[in-house]
Write a protein that binds this ligand. Structure first.
Ligand SMILES: N[C@@H](CCC(=O)NCCCC(=O)O)C(=O)O
Length: 268
């Protein structure tokens, strides 16, 4: 059990508050809006922040009001897939399961966060949502594309095996991610069936897999930190150097924005 890092910020500054996306699940006769604990602990352990799960209630949420009160947005991974109609494709059983309520929340939230210059870290499904939110498309089963490998997780009931670090990606020279992780090859985990087909305008490629699959992007003209990765830095944030560096960079981007925004950072 890894002790969570204290969420107290620098003297006089409160810790960053991070809006975290929620999956919608039905169980015990209720509809739940939830996020896996690994992402929540990556916010506390990885950057000393406070995670705040945002329910997937769609357009009843005032995204502008929310983004005036949080310091960052973290979009989690999920087994569900983005509903194909959001990127102009026809729903196909092969692309199930869906979580349309989540899509109806994260896609406008992404656009609002970029508009407000709120730091954004999009992971796996979140990375795919970032591409779709800005007009890109996805391929439902990348392992069926000629020349691509299987990016799905190993079959196992052991999460450490499923999230094992086992794939090379090449971080683009001079990229945002390159400044955080260093250019060149890093090793990551891989647990996805879908992948970027058409890259959205306004996104820059930050890393690719050896088979050409886009593995990381940034928002080209973002006011601040706006990065998406297809892998899962949250899972090994306390022990894997690139994972830890990415979450610390996300935290630094939030703290820098807090420090330059009057009244945002002061601890009450
Ligand atoms: N469903 C999408 C996105 C993949 C993703 O977010 N994986 C994280 C879930 C990990 C798990 O399987 O427990 C896709 O398949 O591409």
């Amino acid at each position: 059990m890894i002790a969570a890092a204290p969420t107290a910020g620098a003297a006089g500054h409160r810790p960053p508050i991070v809006a975290v996306s929620a999956d919608v699940r039905d169980a015990d006769g209720y509809r739940w809006h939830a996020a896996p604990e690994t992402y929540l602990k990556a916010v506390t352990i990885g950057l000393g922040g406070i995670p705040l799960i945002v329910p997937s209630l769609g357009d009843v949420l005032d995204f502008d009001a929310l983004l005036q009160r949080v310091d960052g947005v973290l979009l989690t991974g999920a087994r569900s897939n983005v509903f194909p109609e959001f990127y102009g494709e026809t729903p196909d059983p092969v692309a199930e399961p869906y979580d349309i309520a989540r899509d109806q929340t994260t896609l406008p939230l992404i656009r609002a966060a970029i508009r407000h210059g709120v730091p954004l870290l999009a992971i796996c499904r979140g990375f795919q949502e970032l591409n779709v939110a800005l007009g890109g498309t996805l391929v439902p089963e990348v392992h069926k594309v000629p020349g691509r490998v299987d990016h799905r997780s190993p079959e196992s009931t052991d999460q450490s095996e499923r999230f094992a670090i086992r794939q090379d990606v090449v971080v683009a020279t001079g990229s945002c991610l390159g400044r955080i992780l260093g250019d060149g090859v890093i090793r990551v985990n891989s647990l996805h069936r879908q992948a970027v087909l058409r890259l959205a305008d306004g996104l820059s490629i930050e890393a690719v897999a050896p088979d050409g699959t886009i593995e990381a992007v940034s928002v080209t003209d973002a006011a601040g930190f706006a990065v998406g990765v297809q892998w899962h830095p949250e899972f090994w944030v306390a022990t894997d150097a690139p994972s830890g560096r990415l979450f610390r960079a996300f935290g630094e981007a939030m703290r820098e924005r807090m420090a330059r925004t009057p009244g945002l950072a002061a601890a009450e």
